[in-house]
Design a protein around this ligand. Structure first.
Ligand SMILES: [Zn+2]
Ligand SMILES: [Zn+2]
Length: 72
């Protein structure tokens, strides 16, 4: 798979991940990663420690930057 962003710029780069939002391939230069806490188990009790990593393309990272609380 190739990076969609690079493809749009008429370049070809091998994708290192797949955007969680739109499914586009993203290369190491265009990939945006964010860690998101995930709630598991009962509501009561200690706070969950589970964290998942999200891979996003630049477009989806922009779209989710406001409100999602995603950092870098
Ligand atoms: Zn790229
Ligand atoms: Zn995307």
């Amino acid at each position: 798979m190739h990076c969609l962003e690079c493809r749009l710029a008429r370049m070809t780069s091998t994708a290192v991940g797949v955007c969680r939002g739109c499914g586009a391939g993203v290369c190491g230069n265009h990939v945006h990663t964010a860690t998101v806490p995930v709630r598991r188990g009962p509501v009561l009790g200690p706070p969950p420690e589970a964290v998942v990593r999200q891979v996003l393309c630049p477009a989806c990272a922009l779209a989710t930057a406001s409100g999602a609380g995603a950092a870098s």
